[in-house]
Write a protein that binds this ligand. Structure first.
Ligand code: ZN
Length: 226
């Protein structure tokens, strides 16, 4: 796998030619600005790419990646990305994408001292604790590991939905919608966990409502009752 890093610059020159061959204005359009519909939050794992696995081109997806696709309220990096994407880029969809075989999730399943990684992995260990009954009931370790990957995605979706910027914009636009996906590296497939965004939003409203107003959904519900 090891290559001379000069190869990267050769690749870059070929890529420029390829893009210009398809569209002579390609780079002028890139330079003009971005208007992506999607924010993708995924794992830093080198095998779980963002644009390539979704078949999207430059300009089509705003991306944030970290170990095990975690969204923590005290992590300024992910929260700033989400805030910018929601308020300024006005993305319509926020995707949390985990992947089976995630080293970060595996490490979190291993109860041992990981040094500087401890506070980060604790986010995922907390997911294990929240769902411990369900996870401990899965005897097969590989299946338990896969399930923790899925539950971690689900909990990170909830963390995104807890954010004021997401709640406040949803009231106005009914966007962004939050989605939870898993990338299966063994098959290349993207699996939609079908997170019920509206249900979660409604469910956490009592504790995490940061909008200082009635929810659109509450209003909808009230209208239905009338
Ligand atoms: Zn990973």
């Amino acid at each position: 796998m090891s290559r001379n890093y000069e190869t990267i610059f050769e690749n870059n020159r070929s890529w420029i030619q390829e893009k210009l061959g398809d569209d002579p204005d390609f780079f002028r359009k890139l330079e003009a600005g971005q208007n992506p519909e999607y924010l993708y939050i995924g794992c830093s794992d080198s095998r779980a790419t963002a644009e390539e696995l979704m078949g999207l081109r430059p300009g089509e997806v705003f991306v944030h990646r970290n170990i095990a696709n975690v969204v923590n309220a005290l992590d300024m990096s992910s929260t700033a990305v989400i805030q910018y994407a929601v308020q300024h880029l006005q993305v319509k969809h926020i995707i949390i994408c985990g992947h089976y075989g995630c080293g970060g999730v595996k490490a979190a399943m291993t109860p041992q001292d990981m040094g500087l990684l401890n506070p980060w992995l604790r986010n995922i260990r907390d997911v294990y604790r929240i769902h411990q009954t369900q996870l401990d009931a899965i005897a097969d370790e590989a299946l338990r590991y896969n399930r923790l990957v899925e539950l971690n995605v689900q909990e990170q979706c909830i963390n995104v939905i807890k954010m004021a910027c997401v709640q406040q914009r949803y009231i106005v636009d009914q966007y962004p919608i939050v989605h939870g996906w898993v990338f299966d590296m063994g098959t290349g497939k993207l699996i939609d966990l079908n997170i019920d965004f509206e249900e979660i939003l409604h469910g956490i409203q009592k504790v995490y409502d940061l909008t200082d107003s009635d929810w659109v959904m509450s209003r909808k519900k009230n209208k239905n009752l009338l």
